[in-house]
Ligand binder design. Structure first.
Ligand code: TNX
Length: 529
């Protein structure tokens, strides 16, 4: 009720693509500008990622025992299912039944698919809250899903009560907003990854990159080369048992992510990072001898045998099966740290691997080392350099971007979730330095690489490498809260970015993360309640 009284009749404008402009009345008379505790943020002010525009005003909507979620029959089964998912997410501990019913004509939460809706793009939406209900409008089901996630943030953590009156108009800055999890160095189950998908999707992250293979383990069953998973899956860093996903498990994860509008980008890392494969099949080795499985954390020592034709049969079989399992448009073929592969061999190998991806109807993503070889038409480069990356290496990426290759930005000293926050962080590495929460957030992807215009930036991604991460608790501790910054950098318009505003909105997510039992780092500099 306090929130309602506070926002009634006030106007808060998170200026369209501009800095937050708010009238102090929206924060309550007792608040001093600049130092409000997080609890003082009204619902429309605490949205994360920051929306393109939000105006609180007029009386709001009170959820009650009679509240229903409405979808138009004409919108089809997908929107209805989306309604069911939103109902499940909103029910929480509130005990409200929130049934999903046909027809958007009456009171309640209305999910309106409107192909003509203006200004929302493919993934954007409008949310309007008034006493007779809350209307979510979008051109696509993905837009409706994101609208629903915004609605979740407008209701109290304990479950729906009152949503203040107002309007949010919103759309993403970048199409690709990703997080990567490495299940090769340490094995994680589909259930654990599903939990991450839920955590990410609520902040409008729309891509999950799975690092499925590396020296220490091969994690996906391949019918034509069964020993990859059966033998190559049976190891991990530190000597644990490892594991692998069956094809059905992988499909289940892809479907689960899809229902949350998260695309899966699978990665088979080649021609380096392949000890698990080499160990599984002697014939993949130039000398015909299979090495032992590997459980350490060195990188850059293994390579497929570039000269052998059998290597390309392997690549074709593996990528073919993977393409068939993957509805998304991308296959990631790694290409990083192939330190034992001579440059000419590397380029020759990548030419053929890229062609295989194309033949299976997919688009290549590779780590930015591909820029030093010959990126195929349409190939996307994932940049993982950092402030100390040599200028010549950066220049190669800039040239590729100028030649039309979209770039995904994953600067290691900003977005690598395995970098320690500071010297006291127990898990993690520090080769790219320490990455405190402010550093992870405070940069502009549209202006990051000199010479790469915003139009060449497909988006941003935060990888989590797991050499030092073996448990869900450590995974969450390293990802949260930094991955929320990634979400905002990917979604929010440039003018809405700003650490001082962000850290207060981040603090306001604390109770939500607590309610979801996320083991997050209560980083200093954020006014957690
Ligand atoms: C670099 S990033 C790697 C990974 C490591 C990571 C550890 C990249 C493409 N290669 O193999 O796991 O550093 O931070």
């Amino acid at each position: 009720m306090r929130v309602l009284r506070r926002t009634l009749g006030t106007l808060l404008v998170l200026g369209t693509f501009g800095a937050a402009v708010s009238c102090t009345a929206a924060r309550g008379d007792d608040a001093r500008p600049g130092d409000d505790p997080p609890a003082a943020l009204a619902p429309f002010e605490r949205l994360l990622p920051a929306p393109a525009s939000a105006r609180a005003g007029g009386p709001g909507y009170a959820f009650g025992a009679g509240t229903v979620i409405r979808t138009a029959t004409a919108s089809g089964e997908e929107v209805r299912q989306l309604g069911e998912l939103l109902a499940e997410q909103l029910r929480g501990p509130s005990g409200l039944p929130l049934p999903v019913v046909d027809g958007v004509g009456g009171d309640g939460i209305r999910l309106r698919l409107d192909e003509e809706a203006e200004g929302v793009g493919d993934e954007g939406y409008r949310l309007e809250s008034a006493p007779d209900g809350i209307t979510l409008t979008a051109r696509t089901p993905a837009g409706l899903f994101h609208a629903g996630q915004t609605l979740r943030q407008l209701v109290p953590v304990a479950g729906p009560g009152i949503v203040p009156g107002g309007t949010v108009e919103d759309r993403p800055r970048f199409a690709y907003r990703g997080a990567m999890i490495d299940i090769a160095r340490h094995f994680f189950t589909v259930e654990q990854v599903k939990r991450y998908v839920d955590q990410l999707a609520q902040y409008k992250v729309n891509t999950l990159h799975l690092h499925l293979t590396d020296d220490q383990g091969w994690r996906l069953a391949v019918d034509s080369w069964p020993r990859l998973a059966e033998h190559g899956g049976g190891s991990e860093v530190g000597g644990g048992p490892g594991g692998y996903w069956t094809k059905d498990e992988y499909r289940e994860l892809v479907a689960y992510a899809g229902e949350r509008y998260v695309d899966v980008v699978p990665e088979i890392d080649m021609p380096g990072h392949v000890n698990a494969a080499l160990s599984s099949y002697a014939e993949l080795n130039c000398d015909g001898k299979a090495p032992e499985r590997y459980t350490g954390i060195k990188v850059g020592f293994s390579s497929l045998c570039v000269a052998k034709e059998r290597t390309y049969e392997f690549v074709d079989d593996v990528l073919g099966e993977l393409a068939e399992l993957t509805p998304g448009r991308y296959l990631h073929i790694g290409g990083d740290e192939a330190h034992t592969t001579p440059a000419a061999d590397y380029a020759a190998f990548m030419d053929r691997a890229q062609a295989v991806v194309g033949r299976h109807g997919k688009t290549v993503i590779a780590w930015h080392q591909l820029a030093a070889a010959r990126p195929a038409g349409g190939a996307v480069l994932q940049y993982w350099g950092h402030d100390k990356t040599p200028a010549a290496e950066k220049a190669g990426v800039v040239a590729a971007a100028k030649a039309g290759h979209p770039v995904i930005l994953s600067p290691a000293d900003r977005l690598y979730l395995d970098m320690k926050y500071d010297a006291t962080t127990k898990p993690g590495l520090a080769w790219a330095g320490h990455v405190p929460v402010e550093r992870a957030y405070s940069w502009d992807p549209g202006a990051y690489l000199a010479g790469v215009p915003e139009s060449a930036v497909l988006g941003v991604e935060a990888p989590l490498w797991t050499e030092t991460i073996a448990t869900r608790a450590d995974w969450e501790y390293m990802a949260f809260p930094r991955v929320l910054g990634l979400a905002e950098l990917g979604w929010s318009q440039a003018g809405s970015l700003g650490w001082d505003d962000y850290r207060r909105r981040l603090a306001a997510q604390g109770p939500r993360l607590d309610a979801q039992e996320v083991n997050f780092h209560r980083a200093p500099g954020v006014p957690w309640s």
